[in-house]
Design a protein around this ligand. Structure first.
Ligand SMILES: [Zn+2]
Length: 382
């Protein structure tokens, strides 16, 4: 797992990024189709011309009472949901509480924020898949959602990590704009990395409140759990895998790092200036996130996993607590890091005394061997 020589050996390293990359590609491959046919348009009466600008989209939304009401209800439910934990509150404060329209469409992504149209598009499948919802018709599913406030709240719960990610793109868009001749609505890798860090921090805080999330059988949650694990265990590996995954989208639409965007010979002065501004922001913001925030969050994440895994896999749990302790070599730890290190020491000592069996760590071997999927299935089981 890159640097750091933890107790877990190579099989973990090989298994984690592969599953992660495959899933990300699946989630990203339809970046454009997700909002090609928003449900509030009564196609074929309307044409794509309606979507040339945010204003045109808002005008179309204003004409469609059902979509307008669902958008308003979702914005309220999402804001309420995100505000439960500090990472969500920080995000909402960063966008001054002003959420973009939330529209439903039958694309393939979970959700996408369109910089061009300044709106979030959610795949209607997630409304149609709600228990009891009309499964075949998006508009019928939206009417069903509106009939009971708790249904919208449940949908917001199911999509909250994703909404934290997409709303980070909304904050970025308001702060720095987009475009600069870039593909994917003007995204660069750094924007995705920041959104991923916010999404995972939100998930970490949610799972600390409700560790059962780590055991969820829903594929989206299982994927999020894998990502949080990898980000906690080896942040630089996680960032590399994320960079590669976003790069590997449809040819011509790959998300590229800012440095590469800036080296293109065809850049106009205006685009160069915008990219330079983005670079100044992300150089600081990502460094701050990794060197300050995730320096504490990574060991905190490992302790969360260790706490849940200790019953079934005590030796794996101890290797995670020991890995968390590696962060404590910092000569001048922050108060937050000191607190996490105290927890890691206590847990490691407690687990050292545990004589329980562990399916993945032979007693006479210094390393534990497991695939991440097996860790999820066995060690995180109730
Ligand atoms: Zn994104």
């Amino acid at each position: 797992m890159g640097k750091g020589g933890g107790a877990l050996n190579a099989p973990v390293r090989r298994a984690a990024p592969r599953a992660f990359v495959l899933c990300l590609i699946a989630a990203l491959s339809a970046d454009r189709s997700a909002f090609a046919d928003p449900v509030f348009l009564d196609a074929p009466r309307e044409s794509d011309a309606a979507f040339r600008s945010p204003e045109a989209l808002r005008a179309a939304l204003a004409r469609d009472a059902l979509s307008r009401e669902v958008s308003a209800a979702m914005r309220e439910a999402v804001a309420k949901r995100l505000a439960r934990v500090p990472a969500g509150r920080r995000l909402l404060a960063g966008i001054a509480g002003e959420l973009p329209p939330i529209c439903f469409s039958d694309g393939r992504d979970v959700a996408v924020f369109s910089d061009r149209l300044e709106a979030v598009f959610v795949n209607c499948r997630y409304a149609r898949e709600m228990p009891g919802a009309p499964a075949s018709d998006c508009r019928a599913a939206l009417r069903w959602l509106l009939a009971e406030p708790k249904r919208i709240d449940e949908l917001a719960r199911r999509l909250d990590n994703t909404m934290a990610h997409e709303l980070t793109h909304w904050r970025q868009h308001r702060l720095l704009g987009s475009g600069a001749g870039l593909p994917n609505d003007g995204r660069v890798t750094e924007m995705e990395l920041e959104a991923k860090l916010v999404e995972n921090e939100y998930y970490l805080e949610s799972a600390e409140r409700d560790p059962a999330l780590l055991r969820s059988s829903l594929p989206r949650w299982k994927q999020q759990t894998r990502e949080l694990w990898l980000l906690s265990w080896a942040p630089s590996d996680y960032l590399d895998a994320t960079t590669k995954a976003y790069r590997s989208t449809t040819p011509g639409h790959a998300t590229i790092p800012l440095s590469e965007a800036l080296s293109r010979p065809s850049l106009s002065d205006r685009d160069r200036e915008r990219l330079e501004r983005m670079k100044a922001y992300y150089d600081g913001a990502l460094r701050e996130a990794l060197e300050t925030r995730w320096k504490v969050r990574s060991p905190e994440g490992l302790l969360l996993f260790a706490g849940v895994a200790r019953r079934r896999c005590p030796r794996v749990a101890r290797s995670m607590a020991d890995r968390a302790l590696q962060s404590c070599a910092d000569p001048r730890p922050s108060p937050d890091l000191s607190r996490v290190c105290g927890d890691a020491r206590r847990l490691s000592r407690g687990l050292a005394a545990d004589a329980g069996e562990d399916p993945f760590c032979p007693r006479n071997s210094p390393t534990c061997n497991f695939r991440l999927a097996d860790f999820q299935a066995v060690c995180l089981a109730p």
